[in-house]
Design a protein around this ligand. Structure first.
Ligand code: ZN
Length: 214
């Protein structure tokens, strides 16, 4: 599912530096036939696939009659090819020096792909999630879409809240006995205890403590 903002904004040309792939991952299983079927249900991919199979890049006037998604896919013309009846995008992995064939992911499947990879990486950040997705898949404007999806991920937002910075702890300055007495309840969490909660009073100057069963 694409956000209207993403659709209306031209997708920037992808520079070689942004398609670097990492060697990790690849445990997720994606059946080839499933993607052949999924692509068959995506009119944008089918349009582009036909051009690729004919080895004919349509001229600019013809391209302008196509959907924005098809136009954006055609921007990858030099990398596009059909392998096992699946439209793929060829990229070079600079770390393993291997050529990867990314499946052109249909719009209806991109969220599912993101979720699978994002959960398999235990809710990794945008860059790592993108890197893992790029090992197998490509779709136009995927970076912007993945960033949006991660912004809306409940587990990630809970994690962000947990690591939000807190005010630093400061020592309490005391200069004479019984100036400040700290009070706290102590519980050992044992069901068999006669007194489950013990009130502990500590004089912060002498560190003398009283324990009062409650
Ligand atoms: Zn997440």
């Amino acid at each position: 599912m694409y956000c209207p903002d993403v659709l209306l904004t031209p997708c920037p040309q992808v520079s070689p530096a942004t398609i670097e792939l990492t060697p990790e991952g690849g445990r997720e299983e994606w059946a080839g036939s499933e993607w052949e079927e999924a692509q068959a249900g995506d009119p944008n991919i089918q349009t582009v696939k036909r051009y690729v199979e004919m080895h004919v890049l349509p001229g600019r006037p013809e391209r302008q009659t196509l959907s924005l998604q098809s136009q954006r896919l055609l921007q990858q013309w030099k990398r596009l090819h059909v392998q096992n009846n699946i439209l793929c995008r060829k990229v070079f992995d600079p770390q393993t020096h291997e050529v990867r064939h990314q499946i052109a992911c249909p719009s209806a499947k991109s969220k599912e792909v993101w979720r699978s990879v994002h959960e398999a990486t235990a809710h990794a950040g945008v860059e790592r999630t993108l890197s893992r997705i790029r090992q197998r898949f490509y779709w136009p404007c995927m970076e912007g879409e993945v960033r949006q999806l991660q912004q809306g991920c409940v587990a990630c937002s809970l994690q962000r809240e947990r690591v939000e910075p807190r005010a630093p702890l400061k020592p309490i300055a005391v200069s004479y006995p019984l100036e400040v007495v700290g009070l706290d309840f102590l519980s050992l969490g044992r069901n068999t205890d006669t007194h489950p909660n013990i009130l502990v009073a500590t004089d912060l100057f002498t560190r003398y403590a009283w324990a009062v069963p409650t």
